[in-house]
Design a binder for this molecule. Structure first.
Ligand code: DGJ
Length: 741
């Protein structure tokens, strides 16, 4: 890993064993992008990559030159309005109404490791030799505004980028756009991959060819959203899971975002990623600075799978933090789908007893334990236990659960308030709403103005009291609506464009305070399921409820799509009841578990309602998960067969030593007289002999990876006999162990 600066050519070359990132200072002092891709020789002058021809109809920067137009140059952090007409990385409204800026290179610094981004989630290093950081200092002389562009290259492959804008001038300005990343690629021969959907069908994989014009995904809902994820991939045609080029762009942020690719008429592709410029307006007084969130780029030549494993490794080990980062996650039973709001302490204890009998380790009490919250219309904001439901308070029920030999977990929705609550009656102005205008609700709740410190302080105080006063080992942090009529009663008119971002900073602040005060409490994020499943939240909560849709078939797509960027240890996945509450489908219990194993694993049902036979199955599932969760949650993940492409989904994990692999095989509809089938595995050692549980003999790694594992079953012959399952929604787990060391 190196960062090289060539004085004569003014070229910066960042490289590790896998990639090179090359840029140069352009003749006008701006920064030009020369190359990002597989590592190339560092002893080379690449300035010839800056091509400047005289072109008809171009606008040139200097009156005496017909060869320098930003319109045709690939840049690092493009500005609009001065010969470049593409969407800009930065836009600043100045006192005289102008938005023209001219950031010129002044200086640079190279340091080991990676600096902390104040108040923002970001990747980090634990030892300086894990990464190097290049900071480029640029200045706009007319306004005195300085721009600092940060590039951290990790030994393991990824490049993290962010920008800091410092108002070194004498008048306030308004920052209207400040992207985390701008990257001009020399062609557009890519397919664009996005991860989109809606509530209960999040992060579905959508692929299309890049075309001239703008393609984008975004959120303007105040959270990263169910609809789109702050993550896109550009892949070459033909790139598959194992081979070919792919570049992933991920934003470590939980609020409004924009991820965009603009292909111009000369076939260059400009990627922009950062806070959504629409509605954003940050006033920067002289001396103040603004730090953008961090974006991470991963280049892979080993297909989409290779890209995902680099993201998994980085986000699992150098984004997620704390006590739970490297620990297997407790198997839990959550009462939500078992009881909804209809519970008493006695009923909860009965649920927990059965869970304990099955080997479950953590019992989670969901919504409805506080204030007047026996339905959706009241209580949010009053984080005090309801004595009618919980006579001994949280302390009492937590003690009882602990006495059963389990840990106790609790649900909160800290950012929200019902108008029917003591908190709202006391502080009606703490809600985000626009004066004189209609105020929309979502599920009868309103969003607290987390851009205000006193609001965050108050919620912190209530949560600290509960968590400090009882044995609570886990918190489920929910967030069940988008922000509308965005306005803060505490900010002046010219700062209202800051509310969305300040809100998210408030969320991060509360997370930071709680996770540092209660370092051993496991936090799971949730936003009506997957409405805020992003890397920003992963910094605080190492796992997130991936979707409110717990149907096993739906989950195949959701978890498959989620795995492109996010590690398996972060994917909250439970076995729920049938008929499923979201799609009313009946799937067999073994398939529900076989899907949920590839995540944090737990149960979202009343185990008392299962038959004796089903309970035996649950006990075996819990035992299986305890035995294999280390590899399931922290192993290398490979996608083998996509649920978006056919009737069968297959994925697998392999441990670090490559001595243990677990393959999950899922078929939606059964059938008669089907073909013989095999799947080629990945990630095994070629020369090692493996055994497959339940099968005779041994198989070499190269055999399983090239000839494949036979997955043929009863559908290719006679009907199943006896106890074996024969029908739709079938699945199997293959356990593959090395015989040789
Ligand atoms: C939405 C969550 O996703 C559910 O799991 C549950 O916690 C409910 N909110 C409770 O209101």
């Amino acid at each position: 890993m190196r960062i090289i600066y060539q004085e004569e050519t003014k070229i910066f070359h960042l490289c590790n064993d896998a990639v090179s990132y090359i840029m140069m200072v352009l003749p006008n002092g701006h920064l030009g992008q020369l190359y990002f891709g597989r590592r190339v020789n560092t002893d080379k002058d690449y300035s010839y990559l800056l091509e400047m021809m005289s072109r008809p109809m171009a606008s040139y920067l200097w009156s005496d030159a017909k060869r320098f137009s930003l319109e045709h140059i690939k840049q690092e952090y493009g500005v609009y309005g001065t010969t470049d007409f593409r969407r800009p990385a930065i836009e600043i409204l100045q006192g005289n109404g102008s938005r023209i800026v001219d950031f010129r290179f002044k200086d640079f610094s190279i340091t080991d490791g990676k600096p902390v981004l104040e108040g923002l989630p970001a990747t980090y290093t634990e030892a300086p030799e894990e990464a190097m950081t290049l900071t480029l200092f640029l200045e706009d002389e007319v306004t005195g505004i300085c721009l600092e562009l940060l590039y951290t290259i990790f030994e393991t492959g990824p490049i993290a980028r962010s920008a800091k804008i410092v108002n070194g001038g004498e008048e306030p300005v308004h920052l209207l756009t400040a992207m985390s990343l701008c990257m001009d690629l020399p062609d557009y021969d890519y397919e664009w991959v996005q991860f989109s959907g809606a509530w209960a069908r999040e992060r579905h994989v959508k692929v299309r060819k890049l075309e001239q014009g703008i393609q984008a995904v975004d959120s303007m809902r105040g959270h990263s959203s169910h609809e789109h994820n702050p993550f896109i991939v550009l892949k070459r045609f033909g790139t598959d899971e194992a081979l070919g080029e792919a570049i992933g762009f991920s934003l470590i942020y939980s609020g409004n975002f924009l991820a965009q690719a603009e292909v111009d008429t000369h076939n260059t592709t400009r990627v922009l990623l950062g806070i959504h410029p629409s509605g954003f307006d940050w006033k920067l007084e002289p001396g103040e600075s603004f730090q953008t969130p961090e974006a991470v780029m991963v280049y892979s030549r080993e297909g989409l799978g290779g890209m995902s494993r680099i993201f998994h490794n980085l986000y699992r080990k150098r984004l997620a933090r704390g006590y739970w980062r490297d620990r297997v996650r407790p198997i839990l039973n959550n009462n939500w789908e078992a009881t909804y709001f209809d519970f008493t302490e006695e009923r909860l204890i009965n649920l927990a007893k059965k869970a304990k009998e099955c080997g479950v380790e953590l019992f989670v009490l969901d919504d409805g334990w506080f204030g007047q919250r026996s339905h959706e219309r009241a209580g949010l904001g009053d984080w005090v236990a309801n004595p009618e439901r919980l006579p001994g308070g949280i302390e009492g029920i937590a003690e009882k659960i602990e006495a059963l030999g389990m840990k106790f977990g609790l649900w909160f929705e800290p950012e929200m308030v019902n108008k029917d609550s003591d908190l709202y009656r006391e502080h009606p102005d703490w809600v985000i709403e626009t004066p004189g205008r209609h105020s929309s609700h979502g599920r009868f709740q309103y969003v607290l103005d987390f851009s205000r410190k006193e609001v965050v302080d108050e919620i912190y105080g209530m949560m600290e009291k509960i968590l400090g006063g009882a044995k609570v080992s886990y918190v489920k942090w929910d967030m069940n609506r988008s922000i509308t009529e965005c306005y803060s009663h505490a900010l002046p008119a010219d700062r209202q464009g800051e509310v969305f971002h300040r809100y998210i900073l408030g969320v991060y602040d509360l997370y930071e305070r709680l996770t540092s005060h209660f370092p051993k409490v496991l936090f799971e994020s949730c936003a009506s399921g997957g409405g805020r499943f992003d890397p920003g939240i992963l910094y605080y909560a190492p796992q997130g409820w991936a979707s409110d849709d717990s149907d096993a078939v739906e989950r195949l797509k959701i978890q498959y799509g989620t795995s492109f960027c996010y590690p398996i240890s972060s994917i909250g996945s439970h076995v729920s009841v049938v008929p499923n509450h979201q799609v009313f489908r009946n799937t067999p219990l073994h398939t529900r578990a076989n899907v949920a194993y590839f995540g944090t694993f737990g149960y979202e049902l009343d185990l008392n309602k299962l038959s004796e036979k089903e309970l035996q199955q649950v006990k075996q599932q819990v035992e299986f998960m305890k035995k294999y969760r280390e590899v399931l949650q922290f192993g290398d993940f490979y996608r083998l067969c996509s649920p978006f492409e056919g009737n069968v989904t297959i994925w697998m994990v392999v441990n670090e030593e490559r001595t243990l692999a677990i393959v999950g095989w899922y078929r939606i509809l059964g059938g008669a007289n089907q073909p013989y089938t095999r799947v080629r595995l990945q990630g095994l050692r070629e020369e090692t002999r493996y055994e497959i549980e339940g099968r005779e003999g041994y198989y070499f790694g190269d055999e399983l990876m090239n000839l494949g594992l036979i997955t043929t079953d009863y559908t290719a012959g006679e009907e199943a006999v006896g106890d074996s399952y024969a029908g739709d929604f079938d699945s199997k787990i293959f356990l593959i162990r090395a015989i040789d060391d």
